[in-house]
Ligand binder design. Structure first.
Ligand SMILES: O=c1ccn([C@@H]2O[C@H](COP(=O)(O)OP(=O)(O)O[C@H]3O[C@H](CO)[C@@H](O)[C@H](O)[C@H]3O)[C@@H](O)[C@H]2O)c(=O)[nH]1
Length: 459
């Protein structure tokens, strides 16, 4: 079923191909909306499975963004347990190429640019075969791109392979633009079970040599040295266009979904900066035993909290105590920007990290997988807008409830000197981020340049 019905006057027709997962679909959709904010003549066909169309098909979007659906041939979103599980990853790579290619054949007007999630490397083959220009869309920080790009340096300097138990605290200093980083903070696909998908990360980055544009969803000022180092080493033009978040929707308060009103009322009744927002993104989760400790730690901390527990909600909501509210899902960016929110316990997905920075909210970091460990490192060590819940490098150790309660109390103490400094820095970075998307800001300028380039190349 294609939802492309009439042929508008177009300058260019972008095929957007996100990885079928919330943390990738959201930033791709935000990118498409941003493209249209620069040039309303662009037509976008946004590729999703029939299942994902059911999830997001009715969400508000400009008319020039239409959905192109492909069959539900892979594991249902509702049955998945981890978005980079090797099996799902392989399934997606195996099963998406043919239907995407068939879709391209059917679309009118013809596709003039493919913006694909960098991990969907089949898109490079498809675009190159058909001579359609390609933009690789990198949904993680520039740091992670750079680690993959410089993987050979890790090998040459004997930093790989990594024995985490013995070397987790050792530091790597050899990657251009990346400040000293502990091995345990490198992307988790560089050690242990993560190694099963390492080759997919390396392929994603090496594929960029065969495409016309690389889109990084970073804010230049946050990762400037890494981005500069990459630009020196990559011949493909690089555009930094972050943050990958729907900041534009904040202007419209009437856009609050009626079903979200009750928790916003609860937030309205809490004192300023008093609530800890807790979320682990859209897919991953701490272990069940760790969740029990987190739930108990939140309760005994005495701190107000708002927890998105997804499908674990029924398990915890009855015993959350009078200071807590647990919901299965929320309008996250709007929640983070609510004045009552004073901190974010985060798994450090890049979208969540970017939203917290935009909102000026400091983070308690609890990374689980892939880029989340380096994201935590940047939050804590480079930007100094957060603390680690786990300081030790034992990736799988359980953090007990008393320890969790203690760190939450200290973190949410608005009077502590270290907390005040951290909050000041978070507010400052929020301004940097907001300026980047203002007219003439670093992201705004690069986004405009990308739009001009794809429109130009089509003429
Ligand atoms: O109640 C909620 C919770 C989350 N979100 C949204 O869901 C997305 C979550 O994205 P992210 O924070 O990046 O987490 P994941 O869903 O885990 O994202 C995957 O994809 C990201 C981008 O590649 C990676 O950085 C992560 O590590 C990876 O797990 C964001 O847009 C949030 O705004 C909501 O809207 N409501």
């Amino acid at each position: 079923m294609d939802h492309v019905t009439k042929e508008p006057t177009t300058v260019c027709h972008v095929l957007a191909v996100p990885f079928p997962s919330r943390g990738h679909i959201n930033p791709m959709m935000n990118l498409c909306k941003s493209l249209l904010s620069k040039n309303m003549d662009i037509l976008v066909t946004f590729v999703v499975s029939e299942e994902w169309f059911g999830f997001i098909g009715s969400e508000p979007k400009p008319d020039n963004i239409r959905f192109g659906t492909i069959p539900n041939d892979f594991t249902s979103e509702l049955d998945r347990s981890g978005n980079y599980s090797p099996d799902f990853f392989e399934e997606v790579l195996r099963k998406m190429e043919a239907p995407v290619e068939q879709l391209i054949d059917r679309l009118e007007p013809p596709v003039t640019t493919i913006v694909y999630d960098a991990y969907l490397t089949f898109a490079v083959r498809v675009g190159n075969r058909r001579k359609i220009p390609l933009a690789s869309f990198w949904t993680m920080p520039a740091l992670v791109y750079s680690v993959f790009h410089h993987f050979d340096l890790l090998v040459q300097n004997r930093h790989f392979p990594i024995n985490l138990l013995e070397q987790g605290e050792d530091r790597v200093d050899c990657i251009p633009g990346i400040s000293s980083i502990r091995k345990v903070d490198l992307p988790t696909c560089l050690y242990g079970k993560g190694l099963d998908v390492l080759h997919r990360g390396l392929e994603a980055v090496s594929g960029v040599a065969k495409v016309q544009y690389l889109l990084l969803v970073s804010v230049y000022e946050l990762e400037s040295q890494i981005i500069e180092a990459l630009k020196e080493r990559i011949s493909t033009p690089v555009y930094h266009i972050g943050p990958p978040i729907p900041y534009f929707k904040l202007e419209d308060n009437s856009a609050v979904n009626p079903s979200d009103k009750s928790y916003f009322q609860w937030l309205d009744s809490q004192p300023e900066s008093s609530v800890l927002y807790v979320s682990q993104g859209s897919l991953h989760s701490a272990t069940s035993a760790q969740l029990d400790e987190i739930a108990a730690g939140l309760r005994i901390s005495g701190v107000r909290y708002f927890w998105v527990a997804r499908k674990e909600t029924p398990r915890f909501e009855d015993e959350c105590g009078e200071k807590g509210l647990i919901v299965p899902w929320c309008d996250q960016l709007r929640v983070l920007c609510h004045p009552s929110i004073g901190g974010f316990w985060s798994h450090c997905g890049w979208n969540s990290t970017s939203e917290a920075i935009f909102a000026g909210v400091p983070m308690l970091t609890f990374p689980i997988y892939w880029d989340q460990t380096p994201n935590s490192k940047q939050i804590v060590e480079d930007w100094k807008i957060g603390w680690r819940v786990k300081n030790k490098s034992e990736a799988h150790s359980l953090v007990p409830r008393e320890e969790i309660a203690g760190i939450i109390r200290r973190f949410m103490n608005l009077d502590s000197e270290e907390g005040k400094e951290m909050r000041k820095r978070a507010k400052k970075l929020s301004q940097v981020c907001r300026q980047a998307v203002q007219k003439g800001g670093s992201s705004d300028t690069d986004l405009q340049a990308f739009v001009n380039d794809i429109a130009q190349c089509h003429k």
